[in-house]
Design a binder for this molecule. Structure first.
Ligand code: FES
Ligand SMILES: [Zn+2]
Length: 118
């Protein structure tokens, strides 16, 4: 079997309501992961692209967080309405969705304009 060409990791970490860091999956339902998984299947990409649930990706203040490897493109504030665009533009078309990208200056930074969460 060939290797997966892309992995989409979707943070499904849930924290109690009102937590200072926020939570990528406040309802606990993992809806984003379900949508990515279904969207991969719908596009006939099963076996080529894998949408995996992830624990906290440590970018909580920018969440809901999704990362695509091997591209190392990090998305923040992802909503269900963004899933088709990420799949069509980035996963199929190799054009990352710029407006959702977490800037490199925010990734793993001690502080950034979004920390602490506003
Ligand atoms: S809770 Fe999603 S990145 Fe931390
Ligand atoms: Zn930031």
């Amino acid at each position: 079997m060939p290797k997966f060409e892309k992995h989409i990791f979707i943070c499904t970490n849930q924290r109690p309501e009102g937590h200072a860091k926020g939570s990528c999956n406040p309802s606990g339902e993992g809806q984003l992961h379900q949508l990515f998984k279904a969207g991969v299947a719908k596009r006939g990409l099963k076996g080529k692209v894998r949408a995996n649930k992830s624990g906290c990706l440590d970018q909580c203040e920018h969440g809901p967080t999704v990362v695509v490897y091997p591209d190392a493109v990090w998305y923040g504030g992802v909503t269900p309405a963004d899933v088709d665009e990420i799949l069509d533009s980035h996963i199929v078309g190799n054009q990352p969705v710029e407006r959702l990208i977490i800037p490199d200056s925010c990734l793993n930074a001690e502080t950034c304009p979004h920390k602490p969460r506003r």
